[in-house]
Design a protein around this ligand. Structure first.
Ligand code: ZN
Ligand code: ZN
Length: 383
């Protein structure tokens, strides 16, 4: 690999890390990505994205999309790094700067070998992953038009830099948000019999919904229901009229997701009715679970082995990832590459080991190039 690609990709990484931008505000990041693409004469598609960039290398079909997310988080960086964030309270604490840099590096290599490509590589530098809106924005403007398969990666601080992890089937969770309102009847705290106490009802609801995972859903299926906010009342001697709650539900499959939703509704409404109150559940769908295609996972793993990565079997995570939206439209795989940080993603001291960058660039380059050949084989039936 030419020294100059490594230099410019490390430079890009430091620049992005020093100038992080929040979801849907990635204006400078977008300019930087465009200028790096233009420097390499990579074709930018003008599809009307406000932030983020879509570009292409090669021509004709098949079309393989590669996605990197580009946004940062509202966190004040606390590392001792010499390329620390220069924007207070904003930090690339999820490593989207490294994803962007790896994709750019792979793009540079793919561009150098454009004549050898058996189809088109579409590069998706996607905004707003952290608020789960970017993938849908990109799908809306036609980012997946003509795409036959998609691959995406995320760094994983728990893995060493030579480790790759993925799994067939569910990889991340359905991430849904819930709001619950309980409407009782306010009263003097000394005369509860003249009111309907929404705090006591709320407490019973909080306990009862924990039986969903233990009594309603199989022990082999993952379910988390967490109530994270419980608001009611404003003084010591008045029973309030209402209680408001918020929380999140995490599941891995569409079937379990639907069952939990139904059961929550039933528990909340019926406990309230039994106590003479009214309760309402408002459910907000977040990103669905990333469901990896078996064949693409196997393919990504086999190339990783060839590139001397240690392939690790992965347990599904109950966090969210909006790459899921792409996988609902086209087959593909989402994988993890080790970034070997002592601190977790979203931690103010999170810091990747930069030695992961160039092996990842090389891997993604070979993976993309070979994936086009694989797609060609799939369409002609030749194996
Ligand atoms: Zn994140
Ligand atoms: Zn992330």
């Amino acid at each position: 690999m030419s020294e100059s690609i490594a230099d410019s990709i490390h430079q890009l990484f430091r620049k992005l890390h020093q100038h992080p931008e929040l979801s849907n505000q990635e204006y400078e990041t977008t300019k930087t990505i465009r200028s790096y693409l233009q420097k390499a004469h990579i074709r930018i598609l003008e599809l009307g994205a406000k932030t983020g960039v879509i570009a292409e290398i090669g021509s004709g079909s098949p079309v393989l999309a590669l996605r990197a997310d580009i946004d940062a988080l509202p966190i004040n960086e606390q590392t001792a790094s010499n390329y620390k964030s220069q924007t207070p309270d904003v930090m690339h604490a999820c490593g989207h700067d490294v994803h962007t840099s790896i994709l750019m590096g792979a793009a540079y290599l793919l561009k150098q070998h454009e004549q050898d490509l058996k189809g088109t590589i579409r590069l998706l530098f996607q905004p707003a992953e952290e608020n789960f809106s970017g993938a849908l924005q990109f799908i809306d403007i036609g980012a997946l038009k003509g795409v036959d398969a998609i691959l995406g990666l995320h760094n994983n601080p728990n893995l060493a830099i030579n480790q790759m992890a993925s799994r067939a089937g569910p990889f991340s969770a359905n991430v849904d948000r819930i709001e619950i309102t309980i409407k009782g009847v306010g009263a003097h705290a000394a005369r509860p019999e003249s009111g309907i106490d929404p705090i006591v009802i709320g407490a019973q609801i909080v306990s009862a919904i924990q039986t969903i995972s233990s009594r309603t859903i199989s022990g082999l299926d993952a379910v988390i229901v967490s109530i994270t906010k419980f608001l009611g009342g404003n003084t010591w001697n008045v029973i309030p009229e209402t209680v408001e709650m918020e929380g999140t539900v995490r599941t891995l499959t569409p079937q379990v997701r639907a069952k939990v939703k139904q059961q929550l509704q039933s528990i909340i409404e019926n406990i309230a009715i039994a106590m003479g109150a009214k309760a309402e559940l408002r459910w907000f769908d977040g990103p669905p679970s990333v469901i990896n295609d078996d064949k693409w996972v196997e393919f990504a793993q086999s190339i990783a082995k060839q590139m001397n990565y240690e392939v690790i079997d992965f347990k599904p995570q109950l966090g969210g990832e909006d790459f899921a939206h792409y996988l609902h439209q086209v087959p593909g795989a989402f994988i993890n590459l080790g970034s070997q940080s002592s601190y977790a993603l979203h931690h103010p001291k999170f810091e990747i080991n930069i030695d992961m960058i160039m092996p990842a660039v090389n891997y993604l380059y070979i993976l993309a190039k070979q994936a086009l050949i694989e797609l060609e084989h799939q369409s002609t039936g030749i194996k």
